[in-house]
Design a protein around this ligand. Structure first.
Ligand code: NAD
Length: 346
């Protein structure tokens, strides 16, 4: 295995790895470790160029510093990318080599799943390092982060409703969910149990049929999900749901969902503020999964403790909403400021 440190200003350590034997090419990026090891997923993807992969891993690792700080877990921000097609080029041997690359950083980076990486891949990595998490133990603790992400989004939504609608009860509240995958479907379940009225959209007909049957949800097309006459819009599919084409069509007073990078441009949080729409910053409200992974990695996966930490997402969001109101600033800017106050002073 060969490695070389890349000189990237503003990032603590960025290392390029190549392993001829297994065809591994990867970059591990640790943005900041003031709070602890850089924790964040490993993504396997066929990038168009080395620069594209580097740009992605830098952006993602920086995002994890902010997410983990506001998730109040003792981890900094890190991320890894592997330059390979996850379907045709990834092999168990390559993932073991990735484990060796992770291990060579001696705990500075802790890996988990991201797109193109499965639980089996994490198991392969763990043959070479203990610094990879997201696998259920023998007692069924930890593992799949999606249910914890969904729980955190539900709690965050309640905090947004309390701030904007005057009550944290979602009974009778109308919510439009775009994306009924692992997180969106579990979120719909929580909301239905609380008595919310659901509108749903997806490209998967089976998911739509299930939501219609289980939650009496109204089905609309993905293009129309953002424009529903509802109280809350919950983007839970891909990033960029709030874009040039949708921002002027929003009718909801609250945006609170699981998707990463919901705003096509960061400045859109200012536009939402001007429109009087309360935006729950995506990386704060969707931190439940990484909070669970962090607890699992620390050998600290205790249900009560974990759910206490997930409930704290609502407390942090309330703090953000109140400070944004007091300072007359967009919620995204306040979230970043709060995160920086935590990790820069650590
Ligand atoms: P998933 O792949 O299980 O579900 C995504 C859903 O979106 C699928 O049902 C898919 O059919 C649907 N979809 C895809 N493209 C669509 C389109 N154009 N229009 C409508 N629906 C579309 O993913 P997930 O794990 O539920 O994650 C959802 C989002 O939340 C992603 O943005 C992910 O990055 C983010 N997120 C997930 C977690 C987690 O723990 N899984 C944690 C943090 C953030």
């Amino acid at each position: 295995m060969e490695s070389r440190i890349l000189d990237v200003e503003g990032w603590e350590k960025v290392v390029h790895f190549t392993d001829k034997e297994t065809q591994l090419e990867a970059i591990i990026s640790v943005h900041n470790s003031n709070l602890g090891s850089g924790l964040g997923g490993c993504r396997v993807r066929k990038y168009d160029s080395f620069e594209d992969g580097l740009t992605d891993v830098k952006r993602l690792s920086r995002g994890m510093t902010y997410k983990n700080a506001l998730g109040h877990i003792p981890f900094g921000g890190g991320k890894a990318v592997v330059f390979a097609d996850p379907y045709s080029e990834k092999t168990p041997e390559m993932m073991q080599a990735m484990g060796r690359a992770i291990d060579s950083l001696q705990g500075l980076y802790v890996s988990a799943q991201d797109s193109g990486v499965t639980t089996d891949d994490i198991r392969e990595m763990r043959k070479a390092t203990r610094n990879a998490a997201g696998v259920e133990d023998e007692q069924g603790r930890g593992g799949n982060p999606s249910p914890f992400t969904a729980y955190g989004v539900w709690q965050g939504m309640k905090a947004a409703a309390a701030h904007k609608l005057g009550s944290d009860s979602l009974k009778g509240v109308r919510v439009s969910i775009l994306g009924l995958g692992a997180v969106g479907m579990a979120l719909a379940d929580y909301l239905h149990q609380e008595g919310a009225r659901l509108v749903v959209a997806d490209i998967n007909d089976r998911a739509l049929a299930a939501a219609r049957e289980k939650f009496a949800a109204e089905v609309v097309s993905p293009e129309e999900a953002c424009a529903q006459d509802v109280d809350i819009f919950a983007p839970c599919a891909l990033g960029g749901s709030i874009n040039d084409g949708t921002i002027n069509r929003l009718k909801a007073g609250i945006i609170a969902g699981a998707a990463n990078n919901q705003l096509q441009q960061p400045e859109f949080d200012g536009v939402l503020k001007e429109k009087g729409i309360l935006y729950a910053p995506d990386y704060v409200i969707n931190a439940g999964g990484v909070i669970s992974i962090g607890h699992e990695f620390l050998g600290d996966w205790n249900r009560d403790k974990l759910y206490g930490a997930l409930d704290n997402i609502a407390t942090v969001l309330t703090q953000i909403f109140e400070r944004a109101k007091a300072e007359d600033k967009p919620t995204g800017i306040i979230a970043d400021t709060l995160a920086e106050e935590i990790f820069m002073q650590a």
